[in-house]
Design a protein around this ligand. Structure first.
Ligand code: UDX
Ligand code: UDX
Length: 460
């Protein structure tokens, strides 16, 4: 029986996952550690560092009972029999595989550290998304730095939670995958983790595999999901040219039970920390193995995604130029999807960058993302301070429309649907354009008010 679990990385994955494990296993102590002191302080406060519907309730139930957040990494590694690693593994920005491969520095340094300080056998669980066969590398590091006689078992247990619905996804997962070594010891380790999940997940939904199948399943599940979005987004352009309506087409396709109706919503492009990173990773792995056609196939998913957000930005720029409008755009939504404060790889970043490059001023409003983060996102993609000065931040949705006659909707927040669009229209400029990057507004109603509407995948 496992009595103490430690999770390194109190982020979007580590925090919610451990909170549910603690809630469902009151007999196990769960310690979430992170080197970032501010983040840990926030986890210990009433103002959690990440916004995720339902998370507060789960944390409040277990925190202080059997769920603890701490910066004392060494203490809890030493104490625990099972250690999850949920540190970030971003796409490499330099060195071999730059722009494609996952940067495993964080993961590798965690493995080394665990090995160096461990005085008893431990099970190490890979939670971070990793390239196939990472476990081999982790094993090498653990063996190299382990003290004499100490053994480690490695499990792969990828996360399938989607932000915004993370708590539901964790509570009622479609499946839990646990990959382990095909040996007696590997089987014992796998069973220990199966037991933890089976406190609330039906046994038939817990899939045990070998390590590499598990690692590859995570990458490819995300690649498949992203592929569906690129497929529908590529058709949205075709619809705009032909007069077909993308929502009608998506509905018709999705009613085929072999295809299914989920993940067919056209958008301004997919974002988030996983999809692009995982596909780039898949492309890199395929290339490294000499599988050029396979690499090209998956890379196309990324190409369409970039094309989708760029053509959206270009439509706005063209409208401003052709109609000699005030060079100011009201941008609604910065998060990569609704119900999260996460903006990693959000389409908004790239669309804003393209507008800024044309000297267009931007008023941004997002219910959960703060100006500090917006500036950080733009700086990360090397937007100059001069261009950054063209960003204005609105604390509320009333100010965001000031001096602008172009509105772009980039995140599908519910509150945008419920705005009083009639009043918004009546303010300021006579001619107002709406570019609905999420197709959440009713174009017919908006046109009746007087707006000129451009919805993705529908003829203007
Ligand atoms: C997760 C996964 O782990 C990643 O592989 C996946 O692709 C995206 O989701 P996430 O939880 O979203 O990452 O990342 P983040 O919110 O950045 O949290 C990671 C945390 O790990 C940070 O708080 C960081 O401070 C911490 N960390 C990182 C450590 O405590 N130690 C380290 O050595 C590195
Ligand atoms: C994803 C996977 O769904 C999850 O299983 C994995 O563990 C992490 O990566 P996440 O990125 O949090 O989760 O959110 P998801 O709901 O998958 O959305 C990703 C992006 O795709 C968002 O920008 C979203 O707006 C977009 N999207 C999603 C569409 O454009 N259309 C859709 O039909 C669905």
């Amino acid at each position: 029986m496992v009595k103490n679990i430690c999770c390194i990385g109190a982020g979007y994955v580590g925090g919610p996952t451990m909170s549910i494990i603690a809630q469902k296993n009151p007999d196990i102590n769960v310690y979430v550690v992170d080197k970032n002191e501010k983040r840990i302080d926030e986890w210990n406060s009433s103002n959690l560092p990440i916004f995720e519907p339902g998370l507060d309730k789960v944390v409040n139930e277990s925190r202080g009972r059997n769920l603890f957040f701490s910066t004392d990494v060494d203490k809890y590694i030493t104490l625990s029999e099972m250690i999850f690693i949920a540190v970030n593994t971003p796409t490499k920005t330099e060195g071999e595989g730059k722009g494609y491969a996952a940067d495993l520095t964080n993961l590798e340094s965690c493995a080394k550290h665990i090995a160096m300080i461990s005085e008893k056998d431990k099970i190490i669980v890979e939670k971070s998304t990793v390239p196939v066969k990472t476990s081999e590398k982790i094993r090498e590091i653990l063996n190299k730095y382990a003290k004499d006689g100490i053994n480690f078992q490695i499990l792969s247990n990828p996360e399938f939670l989607a932000e915004g619905t993370a708590m539901r996804d964790l509570e009622i997962p479609d499946r839990v995958i646990i990959g382990g070594e095909q040996s007696e010891k590997g089987k014992i380790a796998t069973d220990l983790l199966v037991n933890i999940y089976s406190s609330w997940v039906p046994k038939e939904n817990i899939l045990t595999t070998n390590l590499w199948s598990s690692e590859l399943s995570k990458l490819t599940a995300n690649a498949f999901l992203a592929q569906r979005i690129s497929s529908i987004n590529s058709l949205s352009e075709l619809c705009e040219e032909t007069g077909a309506d993308i929502d009608e087409v998506a509905k018709a396709i999705g009613m085929d039970s072999r295809i299914g109706n989920k993940f067919l919503k056209t958008s301004v492009a997919f974002g988030g920390s996983c999809f692009q990173k995982d596909i780039l990773n898949l492309v890199y792995i395929a290339k490294s193995l000499g599988l050029k056609k396979v690499a090209e196939y998956w890379n196309q998913v990324i190409i369409i995604n970039k094309h989708q957000r760029s053509r959206f930005a270009k439509k706005i720029i063209k409208t401003i130029d052709e109609n000699q409008l005030n060079k100011k755009v009201s941008l609604l939504g910065w998060a990569f999807k609704k119900d999260t404060n996460d903006s990693r790889e959000s389409a908004s970043i790239y669309i804003a960058a393209e507008l800024l490059s044309k000297g267009i001023e931007i008023n941004v409003y997002d219910p959960k993302v703060e100006l500090k983060q917006i500036r950080k996102d733009l700086k990360y993609i090397k937007i100059s301070d001069e261009k950054l000065s063209l960003i204005n931040y609105s604390e509320n949705h009333y100010d965001v429309f000031e001096d602008s006659n172009v509105i772009a909707i980039l995140t599908e927040w519910d509150e945008f649907v419920n705005y009083d669009w009639k009043t918004i229209y009546s303010k300021g400029f006579k001619k107002k354009y709406i570019f609905d990057g999420r197709n959440i507004l009713d174009p017919i109603k908006l046109k009746e008010i007087g707006f000129i509407v451009d919805s993705i995948g529908k003829r203007a």
